[in-house]
Design a protein around this ligand. Structure first.
Ligand code: WQD
Length: 334
């Protein structure tokens, strides 16, 4: 299949392009480089040895994006493009609603015009809010704790309603838990600009000496050791889950968790990282972060039943691959 991957130069998008190309699909990437750069595109080519098409475009721009639909025969879409920083979304809610919703609506208008009926959407476990764990796809969603999470809930609704109005359309909403790690080559990985919001890139930058210590946001949660528990999933497992989703699409809409089903605390992740990479990660306990929840991990039965997919890589693999990328990666302008 010829798959349009929006945000395909980004962290999860680029790893997914590798998995698609290695599974024998063709890839068209649309990305505006607002949170990525051409180094990821070079790495995709180097790692796979395969060609792909690229359009530097903001997905919300109808006529600019239409070029990809008129010049390429698109069979399906995997939609990653969107702003994704929780804290930033609280400061700039209008930018988040405008960009994240307009991108999806524009894309669907083009799918309708060019009769593209296969769609996989990058959603997030954040839609579950502070609900009952393990999170299962059928449970009621709690209000998201930030505008970023709200845009995921709203995009899921837009896609469900579009699928109801267009019976030939097939969409799977993939709810990711906490993607971490990197391709084992060390050529591609998570490279946040500025101070990392997320835990793993912060740990790798401390290990590299770019930051003096990790601040653990609270150790008084009702968890195994008081620190936040999350379902970390290797980005390559996540990428392979997208290939399975694209290949298992059925008419209508469906929603599937992509997680490991295993919860790991902040301190457990730090210790695993130190052990696997034989390196120290100094840390201190800091106050809780606004909007954080104590526990978040997936019920993974549906992914196995519907996609024939389950995560294969463990926390040690995630720590090893994340560190491998950090060591290889030149950090400009910290
Ligand atoms: C994990 C744990 C923190 C940083 C968010 C989004 C989610 C997805 C992934 C986009 C928590 C603790 C973190 C630090 C810390 N994003 N922590 N010190 O918040 O679970 O999920 O990112 O799709 O939608 O909500 O991920 O990595 O920020 O935090 O102690 O410097 O690490 O409190 O318990 P989170 P995270």
């Amino acid at each position: 299949m010829n798959i349009l991957v929006t945000g395909g130069a980004g962290y999860i998008g680029s790893h997914t392009c590798i998995a698609l190309l290695e599974a024998g699909h063709q890839v068209v990437i649309a990305d505006d480089f607002s949170n990525s750069d051409e180094k990821a595109l070079e790495a995709i080519g180097t790692i796979t040895g395969k060609d792909f098409k690229f359009y530097q475009v903001n997905v919300a721009r109808f006529h600019r994006l239409e070029k990809a639909f008129t010049e390429q025969k698109i069979d399906g879409v995997i939609h990653f493009a969107g702003f994704k920083a929780v804290g930033e979304s609280v400061e700039n809610p209008l930018d988040y609603y405008a960009n994240n919703l307009k991108s999806t609506i524009t894309l669907l208008k083009l799918c309708r015009k060019y009769k593209v009926q296969q769609f996989v959407f990058s959603s997030s476990a954040t839609v579950y809010g502070d609900g009952e764990v393990p999170f299962v796809e059928t449970q009621n969603l709690k209000p998201a704790t930030n505008p970023y999470g709200e845009t995921k809930v709203m995009n899921e609704k837009i896609l469900k309603d579009y699928a109801k109005a267009n019976p030939e359309f097939a969409v799977i909403l993939l709810r990711y838990f906490n993607p971490v790690g990197a391709h084992p080559s060390g050529l591609i990985g998570e490279h946040p600009r500025g101070i990392p919001n997320n835990l793993m890139p912060y740990i790798t930058q401390v290990a590299k000496g770019l930051r003096d210590q990790l601040y653990v946001f609270g150790d008084d949660y009702d968890t195994v050791d008081g620190t936040g528990v999350r379902d970390y999933i290797h980005v390559m497992d996540l990428a392979e889950g997208h290939v399975q989703a694209m290949e298992h699409l059925q008419k209508g809409w469906d929603v599937v968790n992509l997680g490991t089903g295993k919860g790991t605390s902040v301190l457990e992740l730090v210790r695993a990282f130190e052990k696997v990479n034989e390196i120290e990660v100094p840390y201190s306990i800091a106050p809780r972060r606004e909007g954080d929840i104590a526990l978040c991990y997936a019920d993974t039965q549906k992914a196995q039943r519907v996609l024939g997919w389950r995560a294969k890589r463990n926390v040690e693999d995630m720590c090893r691959d994340a560190w491998q990328f950090e060591k290889n990666n030149r950090h400009e302008g910290q």
